[in-house]
Design a protein around this ligand. Structure first.
Ligand code: FAD
Ligand code: NAG
Ligand code: NAG
Ligand code: NAG
Ligand code: NAG
Ligand code: NAG
Ligand code: NAG
Length: 487
């Protein structure tokens, strides 16, 4: 690692504070998803080994990973929650290398995609299954043409809109020299110019970008429904992020994305408390007291909440105030069996697209149905997303054969509205931090990592710098290694 000026400044600052106080400090992290795991990782990466830091992590489940989890459908595992990563998710890319994980290459299947309106497919690509690569290429070209015929030049405008959002997001990977530590989500979003996208709905933003109403009502709606279970009335930023998650080059971790959290926790010298739910966080003098459902009590210098607080029953003392919001629930239903072609007005199963998306219609019982694995012509594993639980009777009408059915009800991501109001990263003006405040901008594995990296820097500058230190201010001195803190 090559240390630039500001990194050196930070480290000398930490060394100074460690030597001055001879202190031992405890950071307690609630939640072992990618957010909590990333806070632990960046705290270790950015602090010198001489800093005597204990990191405790609490996880109510028996496994780490949170919303990155696999499901076992008749002996085979599939992603049950977060499944895809964008090629420019650079923290995830680095985690993969660091942890020596194997990547599932982007699949180039041409199994077909269709938009279902409850009665018919309003749009359907070709689905010629072939082992010959040139046939695949011709099919995919033909499909691009079909899309172009229906949606026209608006598709190019959509691509530009997404590209511009992704390029702004890349600023969060800049070095410490140019990238400040952000004390609030608002400030963090304004710095990249993404804040405005959270103030208006996706539909408004796309209309302004010149997209046709047909594209917004059909393809865009299908994508926001699949990725966030919501309509184009969601905020523009989360909407743009969901569109980015429908492009090319998407990837995942072989064996499960949860291994990113597991690997980071393993190599960050964390005291991990599984099956231990935190019930209360009380500020007592200079410390925090965390009480768990096991009846244990822990004293921490710094407390980090790395899970959404919206549906949690954690008792804060003194109380903290965050904007009220709801989580969008996504019911993921896994079925091994066979779809009933008659339900879709078709004669045979292969005519049904591999990915069935839907338009916004409250009467539709499902949001999407996709093939996870084709075992044989009449034996397929499917994943269904829906806003409400899938009733047995509806499953019976959609499927002609059902050998196994598994249901998961996810408190999946925020229900996005515009304009968005953000909770603070610093919940109490002292050392109680909230990583998932950033989730109201957009919820992905990568955004959790980006928020966690900022929170780790915030902790190091605010706690170990004694006074609020802005690394940007530190970096503005070019005399190298000088400590610029008012002690
Ligand atoms: C169905 C679905 C599909 C998705 N698809 C994608 C996708 O394709 N790509 C993508 O990037 N993102 C996707 N996401 C979003 C992604 O999963 C989340 O943004 C991300 O995993 C959030 O990570 P986190 O660490 O912030 O929170 P979580 O993963 O929710 O971790 C929080 C952890 O805290 C624990 N916890 C909560 N309360 C307590 C307590 N009181 N005490 C102790 N532990 C507690 C929880 O058990 C959990 O393990 C999807 C989500 C869902 C549900
Ligand atoms: C770190 O602090 C703990 C608790 O005070 C102490 O037991 C341990 O010896 C310290 N380790 C180092 C390397 O100073
Ligand atoms: C899946 O579940 C089955 C039945 O409960 C079990 O026998 C099998 O070991 C599990 N497989 C995996 C990969 O977890
Ligand atoms: C990823 O790792 C490389 C090499 O260690 C580093 O230069 C780069 O800044 C890292 N990227 C991010 C986003 O942290
Ligand atoms: C990385 O993983 C590969 C394949 O799983 C393995 O062969 C290799 O030894 C691993 N390398 C390290 C450094 O762990
Ligand atoms: C955001 O909106 C405000 C007010 O409408 C405007 O002044 C500003 O230029 C916009 N910022 C960006 C980056 O578009
Ligand atoms: C936490 O536990 C301690 C020790 O049992 C107890 O004194 C304290 O009242 C508890 N705090 C809360 C908020 O329940």
């Amino acid at each position: 690692m090559s240390l630039s000026g500001p990194a050196l400044s930070l480290i000398s600052l930490l060394l100074l504070s460690a030597t001055l106080s001879q202190a031992h400090d405890t950071v307690c992290i609630v939640g072992a998803g990618i957010g909590g795991a990333s806070v632990a990782h960046f705290l270790r990466q950015y602090s010198p080994s001489t800093l005597n830091l204990t990191i405790r992590m609490f996880e109510r489940n028996g496994v780490v990973g949170g919303r990155m989890a696999t499901v076992n459908v008749s002996g085979e595992t599939f992603e049950a929650g977060a499944s895809i990563l964008h090629p420019k998710n650079f923290h995830a890319v680095n985690y993969t290398q660091l942890l020596n994980l194997t990547v599932n290459s982007p699949s180039s299947d041409s199994g077909g995609f269709g938009i279902w309106d409850g009665e018919k497919f309003v749009f359907k690509t070709l689905s010629v299954r072939s082992k010959l690569p040139f046939v695949d290429r011709i099919v995919s070209l033909a499909n691009s043409l079909l899309l172009f015929v229906r949606y026209g030049y608006s598709l190019v405008r959509m691509e530009r809109f997404v590209e511009s959002m992704v390029n702004s997001f890349l600023k969060y990977y800049e070095s410490f020299e140019t990238r400040p530590v952000f004390e609030s989500v608002d400030e963090m979003l304004k710095w990249t110019g993404l804040y405005n996208l959270t103030a208006r709905t996706l539909a408004m933003e796309l209309a302004d970008a010149g997209l046709s109403p047909l594209l917004i009502q059909e393809l865009v709606t299908v994508i926001t429904r699949i990725n966030y279970g919501q309509s184009v009335s969601m905020s523009g930023l989360a909407g743009a992020v969901s569109l980015a998650g429908s492009g090319g080059g998407l990837w995942s971790i072989k064996g499960g994305n949860w291994q990113m959290a597991a690997g980071l926790i393993d190599r960050s010298d964390v005291v991990l408390h599984l099956h231990e739910e935190i019930e209360s966080i009380s500020s007592i003098g200079e410390n925090y007291e965390l009480n768990s459902t096991l009846g244990s009590s822990y004293t921490c210098d710094i407390a980090v909440v790395a899970t959404p607080l919206d549906e949690l029953n954690v008792q804060f003392s003194p109380s903290v105030s965050i904007p009220k919001r709801e989580l969008q629930h996504t019911h993921a239903t896994f079925v091994r069996g066979l779809l009933n072609p008659a339900y879709f007005g078709m004669n045979s199963v292969p005519e049904i697209p591999d990915l069935v998306g839907t338009v916004e219609d409250p009467d539709l019982p499902f949001t999407s149905i996709s093939i996870l694995k084709q075992h044989g012509g009449k034996d397929i594993t499917y994943k269904i997303f829906s806003r409400k639980p899938m009733a047995e009777a509806i499953l019976d009408s959609i499927f002609s054969v059902r050998k196994e059915t598994i249901r998961i009800n996810w408190g999946a991501y925020p229900h996005y509205t515009a304009p968005e109001v953000f909770a603070p990263f610093i919940l109490d003006s002292q050392h109680l931090y909230y990583v998932n405040a950033f989730e109201n901008a957009a919820s992905t594995m990568e955004t959790s990592a980006v928020a966690a990296e900022n929170v780790a820097r915030l902790i190091l500058s605010r706690y170990f710098g004694s006074v609020p230190v802005n690394l940007k201010i530190l970096s503005s001195s070019s005399d190298g290694g000088g400590v610029h803190v008012d002690l």
